[in-house]
Design a protein around this ligand. Structure first.
Ligand SMILES: [Zn+2]
Length: 107
């Protein structure tokens, strides 16, 4: 299937408590199975007291989302769309919007 979601993509979450919300991808894990989206799928986490943070306490952090639970939002359609691969004349493979054909990778 290849890498269909990349860092800095705008994606929409399809399931869970943040269903329907969109955000920017901050991180894609090495196996490309999970990703972290800015401000989405937040969870509370206990932080132990440390030298930087004397008291410790509960902080909100982004929890990774399974890649199959998101769709990339096309910058042109402004909708969650299916990605298709496109080969350019010079042989480069890029991702394109399955709806309008907009190329999503900078080339
Ligand atoms: Zn599009």
């Amino acid at each position: 299937m290849g890498i269909l979601v990349k860092k800095n993509d705008k994606v929409k979450i399809l399931t869970g408590k943040d269903k329907g919300k969109t955000g920017k991808v901050l991180l894609v894990d090495k196996k490309n199975t999970r990703l972290v989206i800015e401000g989405l799928n937040m969870v509370k986490k206990m932080q132990r007291p440390s030298q930087q943070n004397q008291k410790g306490g509960i902080i909100d952090i982004e929890s990774p989302v399974n890649i199959s639970n998101v769709k990339v939002v096309c910058p042109k359609c402004d909708e969650a769309v299916r990605i298709r691969k496109k080969q350019l004349e010079d042989g480069k493979r890029v991702r394109a919007c399955g709806k309008c054909g907009e190329i999503m990778d900078k080339v």
